[in-house]
Design a protein around this ligand. Structure first.
Ligand code: ZN
Length: 330
């Protein structure tokens, strides 16, 4: 029971749960992990409800109540401990299952149609075992809805999860799909357009923690990249200590993951794009991680490259290794 409860609580951080229920909190000045806002448990006029994202606990200075996510549900929904656990299970599990069904469908589709594999090859991802391990799939668009409805999901559920747009179309169309997992549950899907549509798409829900953190957290030296294709080529080249925030900004929960190990060294390997955007983002993150007390190194890729294009252009593991050795600190 204890381990199950921990898993339940880790599946959704308290802050995220509250935000999903429309709580607005502001980061407390001078802290990284404290948020404050109006108390959802009593009539509050002055923000007195504090959330600590590192401890995953809340405390209200107005009504004097505090605790973890389950305690919050007990108080908010007026349920017993046991009922609260069941309530949370039901609230969190169905979407995970729906996303698992969706990801499995896209995974089958990858092998039914040539274009997904062609795109992966073009991006330098060719290891079949890795493609399987990452659960990569392909969304052609237009056929997800009948598949999921045949499994018993209502249209309303699909709309709610964002898999179907309000116009009734598949959210993912002509995209290579990466499932984002957390504690064995799929929490989101990332779709990379293979056509002319906007390149990146996530479902309108949390992207979860750092990508594949369960396997990466064991490493003291961690490589942080912007995109999942960067991660895929690096894993393929043997750098299994690579993780990804899907973008250049870390959420407080992702930052906390990096900070779990106070001796951790983070190698930031972002895009070296022409307009400096990648470098600026990397510099900002470097400052932020440095302030959080982590050892940080900035990996300098050749101009115009990201880790993915670097490998596509022919770089080998030892070339990247060399860049890691040359990486500079603040
Ligand atoms: Zn209160």
């Amino acid at each position: 029971m204890g381990a199950d409860l921990e898993r339940l609580k880790q599946r959704i951080p308290l802050l995220e749960y509250l935000q999903r229920h429309h709580w607005t909190g502001h980061q407390v000045v001078g802290t990284r992990s404290e948020f404050v806002g109006l108390c959802p448990l009593h009539e509050d006029t002055h923000p007195s409800f504090y959330v600590n994202t590192q401890k995953n606990l809340f405390y209200c200075h107005g009504c004097g109540r505090g605790g973890d996510l389950i305690r919050y549900v007990e108080l908010k929904q007026h349920l017993s401990f046991r009922q609260s656990v069941a309530y949370l299970e039901e609230e969190l599990a169905p979407t995970a299952q729906l996303l698992a069904h969706t990801a499995a469908f896209y995974q089958l589709e990858l092998h039914r149609l040539p274009e997904g594999i062609q795109y992966l090859t073009h991006r330098g991802v060719h290891d079949a075992a890795l493609i399987e391990e990452l659960g990569i799939g392909y969304a052609r668009g237009g056929n997800l809805r009948p598949h999921l409805q045949a499994l018993g999901y209502s249209l309303e559920r699909l709309l709610q999860a964002g898999l179907i747009t309000p116009q009734g179309r598949d959210a993912f169309c002509q995209r290579v799909i990466f499932p984002c997992r957390q504690q064995d549950h799929i929490v989101n899907l990332y779709g990379r357009s293979i056509g002319s549509a906007f390149p990146h798409r996530l479902l309108p829900r949390s992207k979860g923690g750092l990508f594949a953190w369960e396997s990466v957290r064991q490493f003291r030296h961690v490589i942080l990249v912007e995109g999942l294709f960067d991660l895929a080529v690096l894993w393929q080249a043997g750098f299994r200590n690579t993780t990804c925030a899907i973008g250049t900004r870390l959420t407080p929960a992702q930052l906390d993951q990096l900070r779990e190990n106070p001796d951790r060294c983070v190698y930031i390997a972002f895009d070296q794009d022409e307009n400096q955007a990648g470098q600026n983002a990397a510099d900002a993150l470097l400052q932020c991680l440095d302030q959080a007390g982590l050892y940080v190194r900035l990996v300098s890729l050749p101009a115009g490259h990201d880790p993915n294009s670097y490998f596509v252009a022919g770089a080998k593991a030892q070339d990247f290794d060399h860049l890691l050795q040359e990486a500079v600190s603040l």
